[in-house]
Ligand binder design. Structure first.
Ligand SMILES: [Zn+2]
Length: 256
């Protein structure tokens, strides 16, 4: 058994400030030369202060202290144990009593913290309900008031029409497309641009979704060179795009 083990029980009581003056002096002297006990003390103090912080208030800790004292007083061998520390079983017994006392203190502190939390939460609920009631009353008073004036507000402008511009160089098959005032497409849908050739099926010329300001661009989509374009068109397609239009065009181009 190492020397500091005889201080193990006192350490818990010391951390809680419950040790008598004589024992306190003894343990403080030991702490100066024992890093192990010092570390253990820090751990116990942290546990105690964590609980103390969450509790705030002095009354229950005082009560817990009484309980702790009572628990210690019930231990009949305690005084005797102090005089014959060298017997390991007695030290173990003493340690058990101290540990039990610490558990009692901590559980009382925890119980109080839980109660306090419930009170705070109930108070918050009551305040929120009171606020809602006041708001509802205010609303009713306003709506039913004989003095109430009524105004209906409408938008001052209809949205600008969507517009698209396709700039196409046939020889190289290069295309730049710019759009504005485009509404957001339906969910899981996208806009698809089509090159409508003078002969043959429409050729996919890129997918786009407008930015929040309604603008969109397609720059140099992969197109075969040399295709003569009759016009360009836009359809709404599933998000992954289609290889051939699946719906009627919502916009069709004309030269200019
Ligand atoms: Zn020690």
């Amino acid at each position: 058994m190492s020397v500091h083990e005889q201080f193990a029980d006192d350490l818990a009581l010391y951390a809680l400030g419950l040790l008598g003056a004589e024992e306190r002096q003894a343990i403080e002297k030991h702490l100066q030369e024992c890093p192990h006990c010092l570390q253990e003390l820090a751990r116990l103090r942290q546990a105690a202060s964590t609980l103390a912080l969450s509790v705030r208030g002095t009354e229950p800790p005082a009560r817990s202290r009484e309980r702790l004292m009572a628990a210690i007083a019930k231990e009949p061998h305690r005084t005797q144990v102090r005089s014959i520390r060298q017997r390991p079983w007695l030290i173990a017994l003493e340690w058990t009593a101290a540990a039990a006392a610490v558990v009692i203190v901590f559980s009382l502190l925890q119980e109080r913290a839980n109660l306090r939390q419930r009170i705070v939460s109930l108070e918050a609920n009551a305040a929120a309900q009171q606020r809602q009631l006041t708001e509802a009353k205010d609303l009713m008073v306003t709506l039913t008031s004989a003095d109430a004036e009524r105004f209906t507000l409408l938008g001052s402008k209809t949205p600008l029409p969507p517009q698209g511009k396709a700039i196409y160089v046939r020889a190289s098959g290069t295309l730049v497309f710019l759009a504005s005032n485009m509404p957001t497409p339906p969910p899981q849908k996208t806009y698809e641009l089509w090159l409508i050739p003078t002969s043959g099926a429409p050729i996919p010329a890129g997918l786009f979704k407008p930015r929040p300001d309604g603008t969109a661009t397609i720059v140099r989509p992969p197109l075969p060179p040399g295709v003569e374009a009759k016009t360009f068109a836009i359809t709404i397609e599933p998000e992954a795009g289609s290889s051939a239009p699946t719906s009627a065009p919502i916009m069709v181009g004309f030269p200019g």
